[in-house]
Design a binder for this molecule. Structure first.
Ligand SMILES: NC(=O)c1ccc[n+]([C@@H]2O[C@H](COP(=O)([O-])OP(=O)(O)OC[C@H]3O[C@@H](n4cnc5c(N)ncnc54)[C@H](OP(=O)(O)O)[C@@H]3O)[C@@H](O)[C@H]2O)c1
Length: 262
């Protein structure tokens, strides 16, 4: 019997999710792989079972489909072998804000934020009860770059960072590890899926390098891992300034510049 926790990975049929699957399988973990494309999941599962001698379950699910999402929540609640959740499935935005359709906005927001939150919420109570477990949420550096012009996608990724930091505050004292991973441009299908030729981008990280770096952060129990950030202190300074802002905004009175002269 495998004594390592089983790893539940969404968006495991390609890119970052498939690479996490490979890396955790090589570490000896059993896997539960989730995505819509069952044949790709089956191919990956067959290879990892043969190469790594681990058990791999495949769950075909569209995370924007309420019935599929509910079934995954039940699995996360009930399967006590699952000790690591990699909340990775996501999609990018095609076009500017003014080009978006109602259905497109629904799909983007519900996949990148709602599904991720629901899956974390399904497993967190069990993790808290056992005083163990890890939740990894894949955000993006776009979450702090409104200048990049993909407002809705960026907003969903700002949500992922905020949620992860909030969960970290609540869950880490209970023994649950929460990590936000913030990649920059990484060579995966997400670009093609949103109509962008990845070869036109100036700096693109290979997916193996991204996931291996994220796993270094995971092993160190970092709460926020930004693999492309060269100067780690920049993040520390930003966090210090943000926390300074918090002490300054707890005031009973408006700031002097807003006091009406009348
Ligand atoms: N690549 C980058 O430059 C980059 C940068 C920053 C952050 N990220 C984030 O990294 C994560 C993984 O993306 P990736 O770059 O690896 O892209 P990817 O290769 O396109 O992978 C996306 C994964 O999500 C799955 N997925 C998409 N829609 C789904 C749905 N409705 N239900 C269930 N699964 C769904 C896809 O599988 P199916 O199509 O089989 O469902 C696929 O396995 C995303 O959250 C993305 O925002 C990527």
């Amino acid at each position: 019997m495998n004594t390592l926790p089983t790893v539940f990975i969404t968006g495991a049929s390609s890119g970052i999710g498939a690479t996490y699957a490979e890396r955790f399988a090589r570490r000896g973990h059993d896997l539960v792989l989730v995505a819509r494309d069952k044949s790709r999941l089956d191919t990956l599962a067959t290879r990892l079972r043969a190469e790594c001698k681990v058990a791999v379950d495949v769950l075909q699910a569209d995370l924007t489909n309420p019935a599929d999402l509910s079934a995954l929540e039940i699995r996360l609640r009930d399967d006590v072998r699952i000790g690591i959740l990699i909340n990775n499935a996501g999609m990018a935005q095609t076009g500017r804000f003014v080009d978006q359709s109602a259905e497109g906005i629904d799909r983007l927001v519900s996949l990148n934020t709602l599904a991720l939150t629901r899956l974390a919420a399904a497993i967190a109570p069990r993790f808290v009860a056992s005083g163990s477990g890890a939740i990894v949420n894949i955000g993006s550096v776009v979450g702090f770059a409104p200048e990049f012009g993909t407002s809705i996608y960026g907003a969903t990724k700002a949500f992922v960072l905020f949620l992860s930091q909030g969960l970290n505050v609540e869950l880490s004292p209970k023994g649950v590890y929460v990590q936000a991973v913030l990649p920059a441009a990484t060579r995966t299908e997400i670009w093609e899926r949103s109509g962008i030729d990845v070869n036109t981008l100036p700096e693109v990280m290979d997916v193996e390098e991204l996931v291996d770096a994220a796993l270094v952060g995971f092993d160190r129990r970092e709460s926020v891992t930004i693999p492309p950030l060269q100067v780690a202190e920049r993040w520390d300074v930003l966090e210090r300034e943000r926390k300074g802002l918090l002490s300054d905004i707890r005031q009973a009175h408006a700031a002097a510049r807003y006091l009406s002269k009348a």
